[in-house]
Design a protein around this ligand. Structure first.
Ligand code: C5P
Length: 219
């Protein structure tokens, strides 16, 4: 088993997509599988951490020894994360949170008509940005999935959301997209340090990322 680099540290990880309902049978979501976040939860556990996983809907099984809180919508993920935040040492936001949700949620199924259906979308709450604003002792890590301008956009998120570290991946690249078994991460630190990780399994990428995070803990 890997070195106990996170022994007795409290680590909160979010994973998977969120889902925004427009009526009881229809929703908006994205292609996130949750694999990277679940790999992080397992790896943190192996490294001796006390792990809480806040998970959107996925097909993955519960990682052993991990406290899982299941959520559906962005608002539910926000509420769950805020409940846990104060007691955590490290927070890693790996979830692919929905950026928009239907402005109106109908309580009964919308009936089909001959007309088009216009759905107005409004912004969801940015969970990580909210955490960044109230950050105290916690180490805050974000993910950035992009299809272009990877480094520039990731750097922007690092600053805007007040993060210690951002793990960026190009989702248009072979082997690092949603649902793939592998990932190729670019790590950007708040202090300007930059590290390119190799294309490896999500389990290995999780270990490498957590090793980097454990180095931040020592400071
Ligand atoms: O969606 P975006 O590219 O801004 O995501 C960057 C980081 O912010 C990710 O770590 C993601 O989990 C987090 N995020 C969030 N709440 C949102 C949108 C993104 O916590 N509403």
């Amino acid at each position: 088993s890997p070195r106990q680099l996170l022994k007795d540290k409290k680590v909160l990880i979010t994973a998977g997509p969120t889902r925004e309902m427009v009526d009881p049978v229809r929703y908006f979501t994205n292609f996130s599988s949750g694999k990277m976040g679940y790999a992080l939860a397992r790896a943190a556990k192996r490294m001796g951490a006390d792990v809480t996983l806040v998970s959107g809907p996925t097909n993955l099984s519960v990682p052993e020894g991990v406290d899982v809180k299941y959520v559906v919508s962005t608002q539910e993920m926000f509420d769950a994360v805020m409940r846990e935040y104060g007691s955590q040492d490290i927070v890693i936001k790996c979830a692919a949170v929905a950026d928009y949700k239907p402005a109106v949620r109908y309580n009964s199924k919308m009936k089909k008509t001959n007309e088009a259906w216009q759905i107005e979308m409004e912004k969801t709450v940015d969970i990580l940005e909210s955490l960044g604003r109230k950050k105290e002792h916690q180490i805050l890590v974000g993910f950035a999935a992009e299809t272009d301008n990877l480094e520039e956009y990731a750097e922007g998120k690092l600053r805007r959301k007040n993060l210690d570290l951002v793990a960026a991946n190009d989702v248009s690249k072979e082997g690092s997209g949603f649902g793939s078994e592998t990932n190729e991460l670019l790590l950007l630190h708040a202090d300007g340090k930059k590290k390119v990780l190799p294309l490896v399994s999500k389990d290995r990428a999780a270990e490498l990322l957590l090793e980097e995070v454990s180095e931040l803990m020592g400071r």
